[in-house]
Write a protein that binds this ligand. Structure first.
Ligand SMILES: NC(=O)c1ccc[n+]([C@@H]2O[C@H](COP(=O)([O-])OP(=O)(O)OC[C@H]3O[C@@H](n4cnc5c(N)ncnc54)[C@H](OP(=O)(O)O)[C@@H]3O)[C@@H](O)[C@H]2O)c1
Length: 226
């Protein structure tokens, strides 16, 4: 069991936190407004998750986590605290969308993936892209125990074999298996709009989602074009 810190605790962050708590992990949640904000999503989520969850500042969540999940809009990357993330395994769930984030030239011209952009702000962290390709309601409903015939797979991308192993172990503990999608530079293969993004797990209108096996994830990654 580990402590998982969350920089951001919105739709996808809360979904991961719920699964983590169900698997026996501790979670430390943060948002942009601070743990003292009343009646916000973090306070509600913490109350719902019980004693395994605490609310904190983003710096405290980063410091507390054995693994830290960065799950914010791309525009918030400059505010992610770098110092407490040095040497840590960081999961990046984030997707770039110019309609929400505004235009970022290196992402528009595809010279950089959004995970590589995050790494610029937290250069001493070991960043692993994961969870960015699944709708948060599907993530909640498709978790299965190890060995289940309908266990779903998620792609992960990163440059550190050690960090990827830690993330694979964490993801396994919360109900999914992983496909190694290569280094961070190749994480565009799972970015917004690619074949592996969203679609394999079914339409948003079906909140239960559809289980997706290893071969389907590998095939979707292989057919991505940039
Ligand atoms: N929704 C999905 O199904 C889904 C699935 C996969 C990936 N994603 C991606 O994952 C990221 C998060 O998505 P979401 O849907 O969970 O977003 P969301 O519901 O809007 O939540 C965003 C969270 O980030 C927090 N935040 C913003 N700036 C911050 C900062 N500087 N420090 C700490 N926390 C900060 C927000 O806090 P406040 O509320 O206090 O502002 C909020 O808790 C996005 O990049 C998104 O594209 C989303």
């Amino acid at each position: 069991m580990t402590t998982v810190g969350f920089i951001g605790s919105g739709s996808i962050g809360s979904a991961i936190a719920r699964l983590a708590v169900a698997a026996g992990h501790q979670v430390v949640l943060s948002n942009s407004r601070g743990p003292e904000t009343l009646a916000d999503t973090v306070a509600d989520t913490v109350a719902e998750l019980g004693p395994q969850a605490t609310a904190a500042t983003s710096g405290e969540a980063a410091a507390a986590g054995g693994i830290v999940v960065v799950t914010v809009p791309v525009t918030a990357f400059p505010n992610v605290p770098a110092a407490p993330l040095a040497g840590k395994t960081v999961i990046d769930t984030c997707n770039y969308g110019p309609e929400r984030d505004g235009h970022i030239p290196e992402l528009d011209n595809k010279s950089l993936t959004s995970s590589e952009l995050l790494l610029r702000y937290i250069p001493d962290a070991m960043v692993v892209k994961a969870f960015n390709n699944i709708y948060f309601k599907h993530l909640r409903s498709l978790a299965r125990s190890a060995g289940a015939a309908d266990r779903s797979y998620l792609p992960i991308a990163g440059d550190s074999a050690r960090a990827k192993a830690a993330v694979a172990e964490f993801i396994a503990s919360i109900g999914y298996s992983v496909v190694d999608a290569g280094p961070l530079a190749d994480s565009w293969r799972q970015a917004t709009g690619t074949p592996v993004w969203g679609t394999p797990y079914g339409p948003y209108s079906n909140e239960k989602g559809r289980p997706v096996g290893e071969d389907a994830i590998r095939a979707a990654l292989a057919t991505a074009t940039r």
